[in-house]
Design a binder for this molecule. Structure first.
Ligand code: HEC
Ligand code: HEC
Length: 392
């Protein structure tokens, strides 16, 4: 068996700089603050077997993979069956329980989901995005994202992002709190969350994370995931947590502030735009007027993303796609809290921001022309852009 394990980018991760964790957006009233505080506690809870952990899981707490609300130290690993040349096989049915590695056992499970033996498997890490400021991403008006998609399609510089339209993939949320009216059968929503924008809303993402990363079921995701022992339950009989717990975890992420930003060095935003970075890392998009959290209503969301999928070429292609997103398509990474991260790009292959920039301009990447402009710019211009990004 050839097991090609990707790098372990977060080994020894340290979160640097001032501590941005657990900081809510300013001006929340007492009832939103109360939800933020409850959600913070849920986010930091290491779930135990008696609370429904498992039967298979990756980590016990949200904060194990989003420490200080940032990226890591826990990661998700995905597998793909490959031929002798390393090309993915058309038939992936050998991965009977799906592509996600879930090595940890609880509640009497005897076998985890681990790379199968006797076949060539490529295992690639997927790094957690930071969760700062995710309410802004959820609140951005659909019309803004559609406007940017249309604008990119009419430009001739090779950039043509697309909206990832996704279905609701859960049971209905009994208390969606005014954030949406989606449920089973809803289709065509703008995917915003996940490295390939595979989920539209933060409540559904939280339910997906509880189930997929921790083996914690909820009314939105009532079933334990298929596993080699064919266990259908764990030590907490039935559904493990209630919808309110899922929703406060979502609310916590919704209300996390953008970490304090340095004033941009003079000329830096202009250099960033002139290089074409701002075409995808759109400095600001307007939020919708009916978003339930008042502070995020009808404001400019300075998140430096277009939330669109871009083809980043074969060098950045991953083991698998998600829904309609192909292996080489990725959502433009929001540039938020950058100085609190220490490994960049979806699998952490870039140890510095400068490496990340250079590495996402390879052949076949929509960012190639833009990154080419960065690479050819005078060193002081490059420095200016790096300083700017590290202050975001
Ligand atoms: C085992 C590690 C792990 C655990 C545990 C985990 N996450 Fe994540 N998280 C990830 C990874 C990896 C991604 C990217 C997933 C993808 O691309 O689909 C992610 C993505 C997210 C996102 C989307 C952010 C964005 O901008 O796309 C949110 C929100 C989130 N996680 C919240 C949570 C919550 C809430 C919990 C606890 C219930 C949790 N996570 C537990 C690894 C983890
Ligand atoms: C065609 C759209 C596009 C353009 C143009 C573009 N980027 Fe990106 N950028 C992306 C995507 C998509 C990712 C995520 C890729 C991945 O994770 O593999 C990304 C990732 C990054 C990251 C890493 C973020 C993280 O969280 O790890 C940095 C830094 C970055 N871009 C800066 C820049 C700069 C500076 C420029 C201009 C020189 C630029 N980008 C141009 C789409 C673009």
């Amino acid at each position: 068996m050839a097991l090609l394990v990707g790098c372990d980018p977060l080994a020894g991760l340290t979160v640097v700089g001032d501590d941005p964790s657990d900081a809510p957006i300013a001006g929340l009233d007492a009832s939103w603050m109360e939800r933020f505080v409850r959600g913070d506690a849920v986010f930091d809870t290491p779930y135990r077997e008696s609370q429904g952990l498992g039967p298979l899981y990756i980590r016990q707490a949200c904060s194990s993979c989003h420490a200080a609300d940032a990226r890591g130290p826990g990661v998700v690993r995905r597998m793909v069956l490959v031929d002798a040349d390393g090309a993915p096989l058309a038939d992936q049915s050998g991965l009977a329980f799906g592509p996600v590695v879930r090595p940890q056992l609880a509640a009497g499970a005897t076998v985890g989901i681990v790379p199968p033996e006797g076949v060539d498997v490529w295992v690639a890490p997927r790094l957690p995005p930071a969760v700062f400021a995710r309410g802004y991403l959820e609140a951005i008006a659909d019309s803004e994202i559609e406007r940017v998609e249309t604008a990119q399609a009419s430009e001739a510089d090779g950039v043509s992002g697309r909206i990832h339209r996704v279905p609701w993939q859960s049971e209905a949320n009994p208390e969606p709190g005014g954030f949406h009216t989606l449920g089973p059968g809803s289709v065509g929503q703008i995917g915003r969350f996940g490295l390939k924008a595979r989920i539209a809303t933060l409540d559904e993402f939280a339910a997906d994370a509880f189930q997929g990363d921790m083996g914690i079921t909820s009314p939105l995701r009532p079933d334990e995931l298929p596993n080699p022992d064919a266990q259908t339950d764990d030590e907490q009989p039935g559904v493990d947590i209630d919808a309110a717990t899922v929703n406060v975890a979502g609310d916590y992420v919704r209300m996390l502030a953008i970490p304090a930003r340095a004033a941009p060095p003079e000329g830096a935003p202009e250099a960033f735009a002139a290089m074409g970075c701002a075409t995808c890392h759109v400095p600001s998009l307007r939020t919708r007027a009916d978003y339930p959290i008042p502070q995020l209503r009808d404001v400019d969301a300075p998140v430096y993303t277009d939330l669109l999928l871009h083809d980043m070429g074969p060098e950045l292609a991953d083991a698998t796609g998600d829904l309609d997103a192909s292996a080489s398509e990725w959502r433009t990474a929001p540039l938020v809290g950058m100085r609190h991260l220490s490994a960049y790009l979806h699998d952490g292959r870039a140890p510095t921001v400068e490496d990340a920039i250079r590495m996402h301009g390879g052949e076949g990447s929509e960012a190639a022309a833009s990154v080419g402009r960065f690479a050819e710019a005078p060193p002081e211009q490059r420095q200016l852009v790096l300083q700017f990004i590290n202050g975001l």
